[in-house]
Each structure stands twice: as structure tokens, then as C-alpha cells.
Design a protein around this ligand. Structure first.
Ligand code: 7TS
Length: 453
């Protein structure tokens, strides 16, 4: 086996409370290791053990065993989630909040139970603080529309970083065009992490909103959200956190972080596509105007005007993604059964292994911070190889080796421009990936590079 031995100790950056543990939902293989998902040390074989829960991983692609490393784009789904979807559609498919018949009541109960699972997972205070949306993108647009339009005026500033995903930039550009608000972008340090000194200096009395990712989908860097929140609140600004790449991988506690809004997508955390969520502090959501108009978001409708329901219904117009929300609930049970701290610790180790092995290849440039005792980085690496286009790398890895990675700008074009490139290749891991898969990827990458040289 090639590669660099792991010397760095696993860095535990989280002190947050653990929520939503349930032995009944511990993945099958995992029970052999631990009857208490919280206390036991994380087994180095976690990836091997949980793989049996993911049928899609056991297939050949282009003549090789699939190695799936595109988890930042979307994650795979365990049997527990597939069964929850099947069970809903097969046994109690019905619309929610509107029928008195048995199936509708059951669907409503399960849909609201899924909301409660999200509440516990991110430690919101009450279900009214969790709005189901189509995805994280829609959740950000909801805040831009419903909070931004009534709270921003010409000259107000929104502070972001150059490393935001397009979904956390474009809605604010649209809002800025409408209101005259100004977007201000924090750059990167030499270590290629968003510059916190610059951000601290940029947040001023003019700042009304700070929009930040928690974990970058390209750099793998992790932002000190709790500190940023303090700076923002000191000047009366609100904070929206794009937690798409953190909620699936680590304990995220909205009360500890004291954020005002937080968004995530189900499909990146073992759940189905078509559903995501917005967390918003109760006092903010209750004052916000609706996003979309239609059924279920109203109190009363007259011919000339309407009154609106309280949150979360006010923001869930029309028939929601019922089965998908229930599937998300099953995904949360599954993740909680393993334990988010276990997932985080396992991925930290695996991510370092990936990073160090990649860095040992001559001619490669890996973006983002070097992991150390004080710098945590997520288990993903965006990289370029001298004189080879990342799309060629991704194509050959797929066609010759069955290795799935992403190439392109990862919906972070401003960041790629900032780094002086138009695209990169990206391998992004999840807890069902293994060191052996990293070895296969590294070997395949070396062969791909020698093919071009
Ligand atoms: N924010 C971040 C940090 C993301 O990584 C993504 C998706 C989104 C927002 C948008 O999520 P959506 O579910 O609303 O689409 N990121 C990626 C990616 O890195 N590759 O494909 C999608």
C-alpha cells in the first residue's frame, strides 16, 4: 500500500451536545462495535461496517468496483431511508394537514415527526423554527425574499466570503439590485482559508447580514461560526449559515452557535433529494412575510386579501415533499444511530489520509488549509495537476477505474477565479468511504497522470 502514514492525532474540534441518539436505529453492522454510540471510541473500520447498509455502493462501474467520492455533491442513501420512502408510498401516501381520514392523519404525524427529528438534530428550540424547503438553495432564497426585502435598504451591507457557493451569493446579488444594499466579500489568507481578521474589520454598523458557509465545499476549511456570530451581533447584524457541508458530517448546534438562520439539504446527509430545511430563530420567522403564496400558508383568504398562518406553515405553501421529509427523518435516525461525533472523528482521520496522500504526488496542487492540530479540514480535497485538465482526470478515473469524483467549479466560480484557476478536480468523502478506497483513488490518479506525461 502506498501513502503517508498518519501521524497527526485526531483533532476534536467540537464540544457541542449530542442529540437524537437511538439504539433502535443504529446501523446493523455498527451494533457489533458499540451499544452506546456516544461513549465508545470510533472504530477504524466504520466505513467497512456501514457499507452493507448502502446497496448502491456494491456495484461495478466501467468494469471496476465503484469508488464513490462525490459526496459533497450528493450522498448515497442507506436501506433505512429507501425503506422509509417505500413504506410511505406503499402504505400511507396521502396529503398532509388537510384530511381527516386515517392515511392523511398518519402522513401528517410522520411529516411532523420528521420536523421534530430535524429540531433535535440541530438543537433548535421548537418545531416552529424548522421550515421544510426544496433544498438549501430555496431556503437561502426564502430568507433573501422574506427577511431581506423588509430589512435591507440602500447602503446596508451584507458581508460574505469569496468562498461561498453560488446559492449563497446570487440571491443576495438579486436582493442588492432591488434594494441598493452592498455586498462585501472577505478574501483568503495565505493558508487559503477565509480571512477572519479581514472579516472582523469588515463587519461594521453598516452590516445588516453576514452570510457564511460553515464548511467550504471546495477548500474543506471550517469557519469559526460562533465567533463570527458574536462580531455580527455586536453591531446588530444577523447571521445566515450555509451548513450544507457541515450538518451531514459533524454535530451542529444552532443554539451553541447562536446563528439567526441556518440552511441544509437532505440529499447531502443520506436523505432523499427534493427536501431541505431552514432553521430560523422564532422571533425572526414570526415577523417575516411569506415566500410563496398558495394553499396551507394562509389563515383566511378573502377575495381582496389574505391573512397568513404562523411559521412554519407560512413558509410551506402547497403540498410539500412529504415522503422526502419522512426519508430525511429516517436519515437523521440513521446518522444519529452512528453518532455525529463518530462520523466526524472517522472522517477527520480519513480526510487527513486523503490530503497527505494527494500532497505526496508530484505536480499536484491541493487547495485549502493543511490539516494540523489547530486547523481542522473536512474530508474533501479540490486539486489540480500541472498541465492536465481536471475534467480529463475525472473522466479517466471514471472510465478506467470506476472512481467517481467531480470536476468543474463546484458552484464556486468566484473562489476559483480568486485561486487563479477556472476549475478543479474534487474528491469528497463520507463515512462509508474507506482507506482502501483512498488507496485505489490515489493509485488510479497516479496512473492517470503518467498516462498524460
Ligand atoms: N452550499 C454549499 C456549501 C454546497 O456545497 C451546496 C451544494 C449548496 C449550498 C447547494 O445545495 P443544494 O442542495 O441547494 O443544491 N454543493 C454542491 C457541490 O459542491 N457539488 O454539487 C453540489
Amino acid at each position: 500500500m502506498e501513502g503517508v502514514a498518519m501521524k497527526l492525532p485526531c483533532l476534536n474540534v467540537l464540544n457541542h451536545k449530542h442529540v437524537g441518539q437511538s439504539f433502535a436505529t443504529v446501523p446493523l453492522g455498527f451494533r457489533r462495535f458499540s451499544s452506546s454510540a456516544i461513549a465508545a471510541p470510533v472504530p477504524a473500520s466504520l466505513g467497512h461496517v456501514v457499507r452493507r447498509d448502502f446497496p448502491i455502493l456494491h456495484q461495478e462501474v466501467n468494469g471496476s468496483s465503484l469508488v464513490y467520492m462525490d459526496n459533497a455533491a450528493t450522498s448515497q442513501k442507506p436501506n433505512a431511508v429507501l425503506s422509509a420512502l417505500q413504506n410511505y408510498y406503499q402504505n400511507y401516501n396521502s396529503n398532509v394537514h388537510r384530511g381527516i381520514h386515517f392515511l392523511s392523519a398518519k402522513a401528517t404525524d410522520e411529516y411532523e415527526l420528521a420536523r421534530k427529528k430535524v429540531v433535535d438534530f440541530v438543537n433548535a428550540s421548537v418545531p416552529q423554527e424548522i421550515v421544510f424547503t426544496r433544498n438549501a438553495t430555496e431556503a437561502i432564497n426564502l430568507v433573501a425574499h422574506s427577511w431581506g426585502r423588509s430589512n435591507l435598504k440602500s447602503g446596508d451591507e451584507i458581508v460574505l466570503t469569496v468562498a461561498e457557493h453560488h446559492s449563497a451569493i446570487v440571491p443576495w446579488q438579486i436582493l442588492a439590485q432591488e434594494t441598493g444594499a452592498v455586498l462585501k466579500f472577505v478574501g483568503l489568507t495565505e493558508e487559503e482559508v477565509p480571512d477572519m481578521e479581514e472579516m472582523k474589520g469588515m463587519i461594521s454598523k453598516k452590516t445588516k447580514l453576514v452570510v457564511i458557509h460553515h464548511v467550504s465545499n471546495t477548500l474543506g476549511s471550517v469557519l469559526p461560526v460562533d465567533e463570527i456570530t458574536l462580531w455580527a451581533h455586536n453591531v446588530g447584524a444577523k447571521v445566515l449559515v450555509d451548513a450544507c457541508q457541515s450538518v451531514p458530517h459533524m454535530v451542529v448546534d444552532v443554539q451553541n452557535l447562536n446563528v439567526d438562520f441556518l440552511v441544509a439539504s437532505s440529499h447531502k446527509m443520506c436523505g432523499p433529494t427534493g427536501v431541505g430545511f431552514l432553521y430560523g430563530k422564532g422571533e425572526l420567522l414570526s415577523k417575516m412575510d411569506p415566500f410563496l403564496g398558495g394553499g396551507e400558508m394562509i389563515a383566511d383568504v378573502f377575495l381582496d386579501h389574505s391573512t397568513y398562518a404562523d411559521p412554519p406553515s407560512r413558509f410551506e405553501a402547497g403540498t410539500p415533499a412529504i415522503g422526502e421529509a419522512i426519508g430525511l427523518g429516517a436519515a437523521i435516525d440513521y446518522l444519529s444511530g452512528i453518532g455525529m461525533q463518530h462520523i466526524h472523528d472517522y472522517e477527520t482521520e480519513l480526510g487527513k489520509y486523503l490530503y497527505e496522500n494527494l500532497c505526496s504526488i508530484p505536480g499536484i496542487r491541493v487547495y485549502g488549509p493543511m490539516p494540523s492540530q489547530t486547523v481542522h479540514r473536512a474530508a474533501l480535497c479540490s486539486f489540480n495537476v500541472e498541465n492536465i485538465h481536471p475534467t480529463d482526470i475525472a473522466t479517466i478515473l471514471d472510465q478506467q477505474h470506476g472512481v467517481a469524483i467531480r470536476s468543474g467549479h463546484h458552484c464556486a466560480q468566484p473562489l476559483h477565479r480568486y485561486l487563479g484557476v477556472s476549475a478543479s478536480a474534487r474528491a469528497s468523502l463520507y463515512f462509508y468511504n474507506t482507506k482502501e478506497e483512498v488507496d485505489i483513488f490515489i493509485q488510479a490518479l497516479k496512473e492517470t497522470i503518467s498516462f498524460f506525461s
